[in-house]
Design a protein around this ligand. Sequence first.
Ligand code: NAG
Ligand code: NAG
Length: 192
Amino acid sequence: MWHFRLWDVQDVAVFLSITLYMCHLAKAISVHSPQRSLTRSVQENVFFSVDVSCIGIPTFQWNFMSGAVSRTIGTWRPDGDSNITLDYSSRVQAYSNGSMGLSDLRLQDGGYYVVTVTEPTGSSKDAGFVLKVNEVLYEDLQYLSVSAVVLAGLVALLMLSMWLLDKAYRKIMAWRRRKEMPENDATELQPL
Ligand SMILES: *[C@@H]1O[C@H](CO)[C@@H](O)[C@H](O)[C@H]1NC(C)=O
Ligand SMILES: *[C@@H]1O[C@H](CO)[C@@H](O)[C@H](O)[C@H]1NC(C)=O
């Protein structure tokens, strides 16, 4: 009898721990992202893609961190209730699946982006992204194109002057030949 009771207690304990483990698994929020490290150029757009699975309707909060700077970009829910910080309101696109689009990138946008997914129960999970924003070297490009134009102009000028010189040389030679011709004719004609 006592033996049976021990078995019961063990069964119950195993059953309870399995149930708790399953509950824990079900409760766990998962945040997946195909790419955690992104590189873009100034004025380009970036899309932070996340795939969230959790219980109930989650709340997404995106934060930005770079050096000593740390600020909240926005908070939203899949139903469309969203609060985007004024600084970002014109550039941020909040997606109902938690993803975020940021357009017209600036150099200062380079840094860490963290999304915090919070379930109605209060449990939450973070996922971080690294964004590198590269400067577009417009000045260098401009300098290069100006140099190319100047070089092309110089080459054209050189070719034109060579062509003119060649033409002038031919003209002078023709004129000299014409000038010599009558003398020759005269000397040749004289004996006749
Ligand atoms: C989230 O939604 C956006 C817009 O509908 C979509 O482009 C993106 O692929 C979605 N992300 C995932 C991980 O489903
Ligand atoms: C947005 O702000 C309003 C007012 O402060 C608040 O009631 C609401 O819950 C906020 N929404 C989100 C998604 O944080």
